[in-house]
Design a protein around this ligand. Structure first.
Ligand code: SF4
Length: 411
């Protein structure tokens, strides 16, 4: 039994609602190791009300949502049956302070005994498996599979003939996937085969959704990971974009986990540990993750573009934010914007929380990126709870996209 399992004895581990699908698959993966877990209930007005009293105004919006959702869980279940999962990082922005802040607020409220599990990006989120390497691998596969299904959904939904059909089919696909992920007592090889079979069934179900033939502009979506994926925080931006006649290519979660692993290996090299046991473990983990990802991705060949190669994304970012000196989502987002332009998208949107450090840096860099890439429209949409006139702003952006498409044959 691992330390984490001991901490969790008799408690349900609640996960922040990064996106409904990723949370569900994560919960299913934890069930395979006998860990009781759940996503937090959907964020709402009460979420902001509960966190509002502890916020000074300097914090990032995602922290306010996560804190409020966790306090809502205690309100509903009490403090003795719950534990919280909140990953952390050691830079470059305020994310590294979230888990400390959560513990401080819980302590002030008298809930200091509630365990908070915080795997860190410092070792490439190796702690996400709570000390169980097989679980770590299942979680990685779950995230890759859920990213693939979500991308497939977004590829079909804007063209569906019957409104709501692709969402209904997608829901079946997620159930299928979660059923497979939650199986216990099977080896890693068998689990991968079963996951691949589930994904192939789901791919075929989604392919069978009747669609109209339309020539919609494709918009690449980058930005801060929580805000771009959490529909409450971004006011359902993807559906809004679709209602304005766009198909969206949304960056998922696996990209960030892979980036954290890459940074971990880079930091080991810088620390002179190129040939250390830690590097051996990091390389092995990366090798297995890449292999599993390729096997699952291969099932969608012909439907979806391959995930961007991270080394390539870093290279594309280099003229603007060299990854040797700058770290974090800003590097990923700028490199990804160039990658998306190469893939022929007609516009790029960066979804970030209001005052996000990554978003602010990107906003300063994007005009040059756009100028040097055919003038492709790139726009940062900042969010907090007071965001108004979103549809009006999207309409203006889509006008720019229309003009770009008219003058650019490759888009
Ligand atoms: S990425 Fe932005 S929103 Fe997220 S913690 Fe960092 S500064 Fe805050």
């Amino acid at each position: 039994m691992t330390d984490a399992s001991n901490l969790l004895r008799g408690r349900c581990l609640f996960l922040p609602d990064m996106s409904p699908s990723s949370t569900r698959v994560f919960v299913a993966a934890l069930a395979s190791a006998g860990i009781e877990a759940s996503g937090v209930p959907p964020s709402d007005g009460r979420t902001l009300e509960l966190s509002g009293g502890h916020i000074s105004g300097d914090e990032c919006f995602p922290l306010r949502v996560v804190l409020g959702d966790f306090l809502k869980v205690i309100e509903a279940h009490g403090e003795d049956r719950v534990a919280f999962f909140l990953p952390t990082t050691c830079g470059p922005c305020r994310f590294g302070q979230y888990s400390h802040f959560l513990r401080k607020v819980l302590g002030e409220l008298g809930y200091g005994r509630v365990p908070v599990l915080s795997p860190s990006s410092a070792n490439g989120y190796g702690g996400i498996g709570l000390g169980d390497t097989s679980l770590l691998r299942t979680i990685w596969r779950a995230i890759v599979a859920s990213d693939l299904l979500q991308r497939m959904l977004l590829h079909i939904r804007p063209y569906e003939q019957k409104p709501g059909e692709s969402d209904a089919v997608y829901s079946l696909c997620l159930e299928d996937l979660c059923r497979e992920l939650s199986r216990s007592g099977i080896g890693d090889g068998t689990r991968l085969q079963r996951l691949a079979a589930s994904l192939a069934r789901s791919r075929d179900r989604l392919r069978a959704v009747p669609v109209f033939k339309k020539n919609l502009p494709v918009i690449g979506i980058v930005g801060e990971i929580f805000c771009r994926l959490n529909e409450f925080s971004n006011q359902d931006m993807i559906r809004r974009m679709e209602s304005h006649g766009a198909e969206c290519w949304l960056s998922g979660i696996s990209e960030w986990l892979a980036y954290a692993s890459m940074e971990h290996r880079k930091n080991l090299r810088i620390a002179g540990k190129r040939f250390s046991p830690a590097m051996g473990v990091a390389r092995l983990k990366n090798w297995f993750q890449r292999r599993d990802e390729r096997i699952l991705q291969e099932l969608f060949r012909g439907d979806l573009e391959d995930e961007a190669d991270l080394e390539d994304v870093m290279e594309k970012s280099r003229p603007y934010l060299p990854h040797q000196g700058v770290i974090g989502e800003m590097v990923l987002n700028v490199g990804k914007a160039v990658y998306l332009w190469e893939k022929g998208v007609s516009g790029i949107i960066d979804i970030s929380p209001f005052s996000c450090m990554n978003g602010v840096v990107c906003q300063a860099v994007y005009p040059r990126v756009g100028d040097e890439h055919d003038g492709i429209p790139i726009r940062v949409f900042f969010f907090d709870q007071s965001r108004k006139d979103l549809d009006q702003d999207i309409a203006v952006f889509m006008e720019l996209v229309g003009a770009y498409r008219a003058r650019n044959k490759r888009s």
